[in-house]
Design a protein around this ligand. Structure first.
Ligand code: ADP
Ligand code: MG
Ligand code: ZN
Length: 491
């Protein structure tokens, strides 16, 4: 029996991800791929129902989306690939086989960069990305009395034949945290490429994790494939659970055998699958010719790939933005493009970054809409920011103006509604306010007059007091001018 206290365990993890590729129709028939909220079995035909004699026809858009996803993950597109039949019986699979590419995939040998647990950059290699079709969906409900003691199961084939990409990593992941970072980075990139919406809540992205544990005494458990995770949290918890479970087995002198286990989210545990999967894998699909992509097509698709998030974030940092701001703005391509349009319309990048990161994202969140659907367009925000920079609007007032813009008002209407008179507050009122502020702060005035305020901090302080008194209604440039001339007059 090994001494438990001195043993250490190193996790070795590989991740398989399924994502729905974004296309109008299914992969081998012309049924619509968008069935959200539609009646079960309303998007079906002989092909995706697997009726005898039906023939699959490959949807070109699926190949293109697969190439885009592969390129976004730094993979090489393979010029000639094949489709295979993976045979097994299950009620959600009416043909009794799934058409897949498996070992001869459309894209291979990619990588993604993440931060490892020590905060250093680390590459996770991607073995391959292959195209395949999704199965239907089973729904289980209580017995309806037709069969004593049995529960009733329903099958919906709307999902049958939806295009999937399976993305298989090399076993380069070392912790549950790294796994979550890997899948987050991957989702960001396939979304940027427009290859998949990868919406977890809609089941468009699902995970399997292969977990093994190396013991410091040289023993290495076999890999266990954990299936059935459909959220980042579930992936993280399942991996943590497996690392603990396998380490315990090895610590107690036991052996970890290769098996498939299922994650039970409610219980927070994995359990061995009793059913052994037996496939006669990889029978060449006789109804589909080899898939050949021309070098011209590959180049055409490469030209469709936008600048990727890491490169964008780097560029934003070069524009002077902080690491965190750059990361937030580059997280989604829509937000990044909104920010860039704002800067292109003449806004100061730092101020634009700040406004997009705070006010714009807050509005998107409050209204539960995409940034492209906001009533405030980037050039209007740029104009608003310019007015702040020119001292025509205080930041406080600009936030009120922004609220008006969100309601669909034009910039001028929103400025009016915010209560800011075009010329700021009344000149006499401002003069009186400045005089009162100066009288109330003799010490500050003393320092300014004796020439100690070389950096102008005290003057700024007085401006702030006046702005606050006007509740942000005054124009900052006019306040500054009024204070300056009042101090001039004191001399
Ligand atoms: P299978 O068809 O058996 O699932 P795949 O090639 O599809 O085989 O997937 C193998 C997965 O297991 C990959 O993600 C790979 O990184 C991972 N893997 C390989 N060796 C190990 C290991 N020793 N520990 C953990 N994961 C591993
Ligand atoms: Mg596998
Ligand atoms: Zn169909």
């Amino acid at each position: 029996m090994p001494d438990k206290t001195t043993l250490t365990f190193t996790p070795v993890i590989g991740i398989e991800i399924h994502i729905h590729l974004k296309t109008k129709s299914k992969v081998f028939c012309s049924c619509s791929a968008d069935y959200t909220n539609d009646e079960p079995n309303s998007h079906i035909c002989p092909v995706c129902m697997g009726l005898p004699g039906s023939m699959p026809v490959l949807n070109k858009a699926v190949v293109q989306q697969g190439m885009l996803a592969g390129m976004a993950l730094n993979c090489t597109v393979q010029p000639t690939t094949y489709f295979f039949r993976k045979c097994y019986f299950y009620p959600d699979l009416p043909k009794n086989y799934q058409i897949t590419q498996s070992d001869l995939p459309i894209a291979a040998n990619g990588w993604l960069e993440i931060d490892d647990d020590a905060g250093n950059p680390k590459k996770i290699r991607i073995n391959r990305l292959h195209l395949e079709e999704d199965a239907g969906k089973l729904h289980h409900s209580a017995a309806d009395g037709r069969l004593e003691g049995a529960e009733t199961s329903w099958v919906d084939y709307n999902r049958s034949g939806l295009p999937l990409a399976e993305i298989v990593s090399e076993p380069d992941v070392s912790s549950a945290r790294e796994a979550v970072e890997y899948v987050t980075a991957l989702r960001r990139r396939v979304r940027y490429a427009g290859a998949s919406d990868a919406d977890l809540e809609k089941g468009m992205m699902r995970f399997d994790a292969n977990v093994s544990v190396k013991c410091s005494d040289g023993r290495w458990g076999r890999r266990v494939e954990v299936k059935n995770m459909n959220s980042f949290r579930a992936l993280e918890r399942a991996i943590e659970y497996e690392i603990k479970r396998q380490s315990k087995v090895l610590a107690e002198g036991g052996e970890v055998l290769q098996e498939t286990r299922h994650w039970n989210d409610a219980k927070g545990t994995t359990t061995a699958s009793r059913v052994k999967e037996f496939y006669r894998k990889f029978i060449v699909e006789p109804d589909l010719p080899p898939l050949v992509v021309s070098p011209q097509w590959v180049e055409e698709v490469r030209g469709m790939l936008p600048e990727m998030p890491n490169e964008k974030a780097l560029r934003y940092k070069e524009m002077g933005l902080s690491e965190v701001d750059a990361g937030v703005l580059a997280d989604s391509i829509d937000v990044a493009q909104y920010f860039e349009a704002c800067v292109a319309a003449g806004a100061n990048p730092l101020r634009a970054g700040n406004w997009v990161r705070t006010e714009v994202l807050r509005a998107v969140n409050d209204k539960q809409v995409g940034v492209t659907d906001l009533a405030v367009k980037p050039d209007t925000l740029a104009e608003l920011i310019r007015r702040i920079d020119e001292g025509k609007l205080s930041t406080t007032l600009a936030k009120n103006v922004f609220e008006g813009l969100l309601e669909g008002l034009s910039l001028d209407e929103a400025v009016k509604k915010s209560g800011a008179a075009e010329g700021g507050v009344d000149a006499n009122a401002l003069e009186n306010l400045v005089r009162a502020t100066i009288e109330a702060n003799p010490d500050v005035i003393g320092e300014i007059r004796s020439g100690k305020d070389t950096k102008g901090k005290k003057v700024k302080f007085l401006q702030g007091l006046v702005m606050r008194e006007t509740k942000g209604q005054a124009r900052p440039d006019e306040v500054a001018a009024a204070i300056e001339s009042a101090i001039e007059n004191l001399k």
